[in-house]
Design a protein around this ligand. Sequence first.
Ligand SMILES: [Zn+2]
Length: 337
Amino acid sequence: MWLTAVYYDGRQARPHPVTLCVEGDKLLLQGRDIVRREELVSLKIPPPLGSTPRLILFADGGRCEIADRQGFAEMLQDLGNCAVAGMENSWWYALAALLLTLSLLATVYLFGLPYAARVMADRIPVYLLERMDNQFFASLDQTLLLPSALTTQRRQVIQDGLQRLALPAGGGRPARIEFRASPSLGANAFALPGGSVLVLDDLVNLASNDEEILAVLAHEMGHIREKHALRHMLQASVVGLATAWYIGDVNSLLAVAPTVLLETRYSRDFERQADAFAAELLRGNGIPLSRLADILQKLEAAHQTVATEKPVKSTEAMDYLSSHPNTEERIKRLRGL
Ligand SMILES: [Zn+2]
């Protein structure tokens, strides 16, 4: 069976009218001043695409265009086992290459990124961290945060309490504490990437005593010591910047970054580490561990009230608990310590 086709040698744009046929495991191509006899396995045959001519690609860059799609499909069907095996092989190679690429990406994402973020987090100079938090506060003050309604004395008492705490080895003292109010964030405290802690009025008002506030701060200090927020942000920005670069929109990514940060859900591991740090710190300062469990329970109750009052606005009503998942589990563990 012979098919007519147009051959391009891959070096010049000149088309050569040729005829094609299959001989055993070889493709025979003949034109006025060309003869090629190629192993079928060395050829690439892309799948049909719309109504465009079918293609045969040669390893050296030459190619054939076959307008007779029907005839070509029949010729492919008549091919010997050898050619079919060749095509199957190329499918397997393509699949294997795809799987390899995916698993490589997954490995980079699961292990490479966290490792790189950790290394980077330890190398960011203090003045940059400070500037980072300044920018976060500037941006959040325009969106989610209001000035704190707590008196200066009340804030000072909490600051002093924090200063008096003796820290476990490795530090973790916040760069600074900022008080704000936020109806949408509710009772909450956040460790920012630069090492500052944001304390919201509702949390202070919800606590039955200052030891409960210190217990929450101790937990946030655990996040600070391990640089969880910073590491998380570095990882997210690599993924985010790659995505933004891909879709060509970096500005909108930067605009939402501070808000996204507060919506961050830490992993169980991060929470466990922060709780373990808090436990060590509280113990070292003679504060019962039950203070942290107590305030967590109140936060959970407050969260549920907010959730039932404003079921539609549940994303707006994110509170301490949304960035601290598995609260029940944590309370149980703390009570058992
Ligand atoms: Zn936490």
